[in-house]
Design a protein around this ligand. Structure first.
Ligand code: THU
Length: 140
């Protein structure tokens, strides 16, 4: 069940789209933006940051999340993602894992070029996610 309001989702989606402008994507030319909503209604934005050693690229969603966590944020409601593509951009597999691990089952908001919005739970995008419970060990 989606928990974020339509108005908030729209605001996040538009902020994600705006954040694309900060993308550092000289290798793919694909600009991605993200906006992350905390439980107390603060918003952190992020963009993709590519690297000439390609695998070190950081996606927009992880940029937003790492910014927020590094500022002490621990609880989140939703994350939005927007790209150059005319269609909805779902988070990549790596970002799904990081979102599920750091945020729990939050709403993922996607926006297309017509401003249509699609909202889906991270648990639908990444069922049966690996998480901290799986590495609990006796005595620790
Ligand atoms: N990218 C993101 O920022 N988020 C995603 O969820 C998918 C991919 C970026 C990584 C890379 O800079 C570019 O898009 C092309 O893959």
């Amino acid at each position: 069940m989606v928990t974020i309001t339509k108005e908030k989702a729209k605001q996040l989606a538009l902020m994600a789209r705006e954040s694309r402008k900060m993308a550092h994507a000289p290798h793919s030319g694909f600009h991605v933006g993200s906006a992350l909503l905390t439980n107390d209604d603060k918003i952190y934005t992020g963009c993709n940051i590519e690297n000439s050693s390609y695998s070190l690229t950081n996606c927009a969603e992880r940029t937003a999340l790492f910014k927020a966590v590094s500022e002490g944020e621990k609880a989140f409601k939703a994350i939005a993602v927007a790209s150059d593509s005319p269609d909805f951009l779902p988070p990549c597999g790596a970002c799904r894992q990081v979102i599920a691990d750091l945020c729990g089952d939050i709403d993922v908001v996607m926006i297309d070029k017509e401003d249509a919005i699609k909202i889906i739970k991270i648990s639908e995008l990444l069922p049966m996610a690996f998480n901290a419970d799986h590495i609990k060990r006796e005595g620790l």
